[in-house]
Design a protein around this ligand. Structure first.
Ligand code: PAF
Length: 287
């Protein structure tokens, strides 16, 4: 929609009205839900939505329901002005920035839970996280009524949970998972990289990517047993960052998230590592 200026919408009713008008005009609406503090990874999602949509709605909402009390909700980085400028530059048409009081009024009591897929990997370390994610995304889907939704592969379990929710709740939405965008040296882009405050922390954060690369190399060389690959990856992480604490190194089917004891063409290796006070996740398809 080249003629439309980027529009900022802050109320749910205004967004609903706008979506209805756009749909009535036959416009194909894309949604890119975000929590703001945008980086190149988010912008690539906007560009991806742009390819198949007339109007791209980017939502910015730091969703309290997906943070546990001990997590970084209060200090989660925010930069609304910078985000709006970046969304404009990437071709986003509408920026929806709802207020928490409107999304979760005091009387709020309805949540969406994707049962099985939410219970493993990140779900074991962050109980309740995916219930918060599924709830906010369902609400955003209901408000914006998109035809297309784009999420990043960086959070591949989130993508699997939300794909399942889209199916289970019969949303008529095309679900796209866009590739992870990496820094030049391979570090997966993430708003939380901001917490890597020393050059040593930034450098050692590369252990995730290097371990995944190593895994891919081993698979290319013929190794298939997940346990054998995990051992090598653990060693690689410890060499690069001796203080790292590994939450998990997992091998799962891309869509069903079933645990894979040996690697096949749909296997994603994912890992979560705490280093220098920061918890990072990353993943890679191994074949
Ligand atoms: O990936 C994120 O930034 C969030 O989990 C999402 C999908 C915007 C829901 O709050």
């Amino acid at each position: 929609m080249a003629s439309m200026k980027t529009q900022i919408v802050r109320s749910v009713s205004q967004m609903q009205k706008l979506s209805r008008i756009l749909a009535a005009k036959g416009k194909r609406i894309g949604i890119v839900p975000t929590m703001g503090f945008l980086h190149e990874g988010h912008l690539s999602l906007i560009r991806s939505a742009k390819k198949s949509c007339d109007v791209v709605v980017v939502t910015i909402f730091v969703n309290p329901a997906q943070f546990a009390p001990n997590e970084d909700f209060a200090k989660y980085p925010r930069d609304e002005k910078g985000d709006i400028a970046k969304i404009k530059s990437a071709g986003g048409d509408i920026v929806f920035i709802p207020k928490a009081s409107e999304i979760y009024p005091r009387s709020f009591q309805t949540y969406v839970s994707v049962e099985k897929l939410s219970e493993i990997l990140e779900g074991t370390v962050r109980p309740g996280h995916f219930r918060g994610v599924a709830t906010i995304v369902a609400k955003l889907f209901n408000i914006v009524r998109p035809d297309v939704a784009v999420f990043g592969m960086k959070d591949f379990q989130q993508a699997a949970v939300l794909r399942q929710m889209t199916l289970d709740l019969s949303y008529p939405i095309k679900f796209i998972v866009a590739p992870t965008v990496r820094e030049k040296d391979g570090l997966a882009m993430s708003s939380r990289n901001k917490y890597l405050q020393t050059p040593q922390a930034r450098n050692e954060a590369l252990c995730l990517y290097r371990a995944l690369r190593e895994a891919k190399k081993l698979v290319t060389g013929g190794m298939t047993k997940s346990e054998d690959i995990r051992k090598v990856m653990t060693g690689r992480i410890r060499t690069i960052c001796p203080s790292a604490e590994i939450d998990y190194i997992a091998f799962n089917d891309f869509k069903t998230l079933d645990t894979m004891s040996s690697v096949t063409s749909n296997t994603v290796c994912s890992l979560a590592v705490r280093l220098h006070g920061v918890r990072l996740i990353d993943n890679m398809r191994l074949k």
